[in-house]
Design a protein around this ligand. Structure first.
Ligand SMILES: Nc1ncnc2c1ncn2[C@@H]1O[C@H](COP(=O)(O)OP(=O)(O)OP(=O)(O)O)[C@@H](O)[C@H]1O
Length: 614
């Protein structure tokens, strides 16, 4: 039977086939579109990653650059540090070698003595009555050896100090000594709330006995207050003195500086500390000028320095030196010349100006001695230490005083005693004559007008005494003139100065007071505090080696500019009270001392080559 296939069926089958193909193509298209979408997504992801990669790479580049920069800076700083460390190492190894030799010597000698003692002991164990005499002899010999050993120890200690001082000098550091006074009746105040006696001693001086390294004298501050943070600090200084140390002991450590004066260097000794901490006691001695003469051992640095200076002079050929004295006080930011003998006013103490000379030194014009033709000024030639002290004691009672909350005889002004030592060698005299004629010429020259008006403006002005404090308060603006001042141009360098002179400045600063001041004393106290913080700022600027040092922010720093920042040898005598009551002020003073030690001044320069000790 023939197979009959319907045409429609074939078409239907073909349509079916085509539909099937179409469906599968549709499905394929769908599949491909999905794949395309997935690929798009991946592409976007990759692009994102690529962008992030670029950003990260840029960041990494930046970091790399920064790292390189930091590395460069660190390397140069490291280089500098290494150089400094090398220098220090060299210094240390030199000193260590000196010390090590000394110590090895001493150790050897100590061993010998110990052996002798052992021998003596064993002899003693086996000895009988007959041997007693020889034993006594032996003991006496041992005692002698011990004394000699002690003496050698003292000498070695002294030698170390001298080496340390030389090192301090070579580096141009300011020397800082610190004295803690004994507890005094006015330190006693009882705190009912904390149950503490505020006179508790919280500051102790620890003097190093014998160590292999430098002499390390320290001040320990230990305060355990209920409910307050514990204070436990250590401050290092060149020398420390405890309450038991006498005026002589304090002066002995200062004395070597006076020899420097005869060697041709300027020297300054300055007492710093809060009110009642013992500055005047240390500088002048405790007995007031009106009372009976002081015993030698009660005298402070100023009288002892005067005696020492004349002793040193007497060791050199007579007639070769001249000593002049000037005494000024800085009160309420004005300089008063306490020895003024102008004769125009009966009021003691004339107001003076401080100028900066062309050579950069600060001078009080009327206190500059006219070498060849002495004028009747306020610089007085003296021939002996008693004469110096008679002058100083005569005028120091003019110094402004007022009771503070701490004690009744507080000095409210900074006292500056200057002893100027000049050489009278033929060469110096010839030079002085030449300078004098130069000055005469200058006086006839019209240019003189250029520098003189300001000096003339410093005409004597009546000094405000502490009893006349209301007058001072009435015109406070007149008292604070320094910061804006332009310096008085100098009358050409050296014209008014004696040749070959060195000066010793002895400064008893007024004491700072932190709290509780009211009434008329407030202006005085704020002037004192401002001048002391100006001093602190000057030291800060010098320690950080800033290009500008604000000497002219106060008359005190302007007056002492050469001593603080110049090439004089400067010793700061910090005075502190041991009592817990004054811990804040004492910490402030100790920090001031620590800052002063960081200052590296110019290495002291010889001012007078004619002056030489024998
Ligand atoms: N080391 C000491 N030994 C015994 N007494 C001392 C010592 N230091 C100070 N004093 C006594 O303490 C009191 C205050 O001392 P001083 O006048 O020297 O203080 P100051 O620091 O000069 O005070 P201010 O700055 O207020 O003038 C004085 O009576 C003084 O005799």
């Amino acid at each position: 039977m023939p197979l009959f296939i319907n045409q429609d069926q074939i078409f239907a089958h073909q349509v079916h086939l085509l539909e099937h193909k179409l469906r599968s193509k549709d499905e394929r298209i769908l599949e491909l579109e999905t794949e395309k979408a997935i690929l798009h997504l991946r592409l976007a992801e990759c692009l994102g990653r690529l962008r992030r990669g670029h950003e990260e790479e840029a960041m990494a580049q930046k970091l790399l650059q920064q790292q390189r920069k930091t590395q460069n800076i660190t390397q140069s700083a490291l280089g500098k540090l290494l150089a400094e460390v090398q220098n220090l190492k060299q210094d240390l190894s030199e000193i260590f070698a000196v010390y090590a030799n000394g110590v090895a010597d001493l150790e050897g000698q100590s061993k010998q003595i110990l052996e002798k003692v052992d021998k003596a002991r064993s002899t003693l164990n086996g000895c009988h009555g007959d041997d007693l005499q020889s034993l006594q002899f032996h003991v006496a010999a041992l005692k002698r050896d011990l004394e000699e050993e002690k003496e050698r120890c003292r000498a070695e200690k002294q030698r170390r100090r001298e080496i340390h001082n030389t090192l301090v000098e070579l580096r141009g550091n300011i020397r800082v000594h610190c004295r803690v006074r004994p507890v005094l009746p006015f330190d006693q105040i009882h705190s009912s709330t904390l149950g503490i006696t505020s006179s508790d001693e919280v500051i102790n001086a620890v003097s190093d006995t014998f160590s292999l390294t430098f002499i390390k004298d320290t001040m320990l501050v230990k305060c355990i207050k209920n409910g307050n943070p514990i204070i436990n600090k250590v401050f290092e200084f060149e020398r420390v003195h405890g309450p038991e140390d006498s005026q002589n002991a304090v002066f002995e450590e200062v004395k070597p500086l006076l020899t420097s004066l005869l060697d041709g260097y300027n020297v300054c000794i300055m007492a710093y500390g809060q009110t009642g901490s013992g500055k005047t006691h240390t500088m002048m001695g405790s007995q007031g000028p009106s009372r009976a003469p002081q015993m030698d051992e009660q005298q402070g640095i100023i009288p002892k320095a005067a005696v020492e200076l004349f002793r040193l002079i007497s060791e050199t050929p007579s007639e070769s030196h001249v000593v002049e004295v000037s005494v000024v006080e800085v009160y309420n930011n004005e300089v008063f010349d306490l020895l003024s003998r102008d004769g125009e006013s009966s009021t003691p103490g004339q107001c003076r100006d401080v100028i900066t000379t062309a050579s950069g030194t600060s001078e009080v014009p009327s206190l500059t001695y006219e070498w060849v033709e002495p004028k009747s000024g306020s610089v007085v030639r003296v021939k002996s230490a008693p004469e110096v002290m008679q002058l100083i004691r005569g005028v120091v009672k003019l110094r402004a005083r007022c009771p503070t909350l701490v004690h009744t005889h507080s000095s409210r002004s900074h006292l500056v005693v200057t002893l100027t030592l000049s050489s009278k060698s033929p060469h110096a005299l010839a030079l002085a004559r030449r300078l004098q004629s130069a000055k005469r010429e200058l006086q006839h020259c019209p240019q003189r007008e250029f520098w003189s008006p300001r000096c003339r403006r410093a005409n004597p002005t009546t000094r405000h005494t502490s009893t006349d404090r209301s007058a001072a308060l009435a015109s406070p603006s007149s008292l604070c003139s320094s910061p804006g001042h332009s310096p008085c141009p100098s009358p050409r360098p050296g014209v008014s100065q004696a040749p070959n002179r060195t000066r010793l400045q002895l400064v008893d600063l007024a004491g700072s007071e932190c709290v509780g001041v009211t009434g008329t004393a407030l202006w005085e106290t704020s002037c004192i505090n401002r001048s002391l913080s100006a001093l602190s700022d000057v030291l800060g600027a010098l320690a950080e080696q800033r290009p500008h040092v604000p000497y002219r922010n106060s008359k005190l720093t302007h007056l002492l500019q050469d001593a603080i920042g110049g090439d004089a040898k400067l010793l700061v005598m910090l005075c502190v009270s041991p009592a817990q009551r004054f811990i804040t002020e004492s910490l402030q003073s100790l920090s001031f001392g620590a800052r002063a030690r960081q200052v590296q001044k110019r290495v002291p320069q010889r001012k007078n080559n004619n002056l030489k000790t024998k």
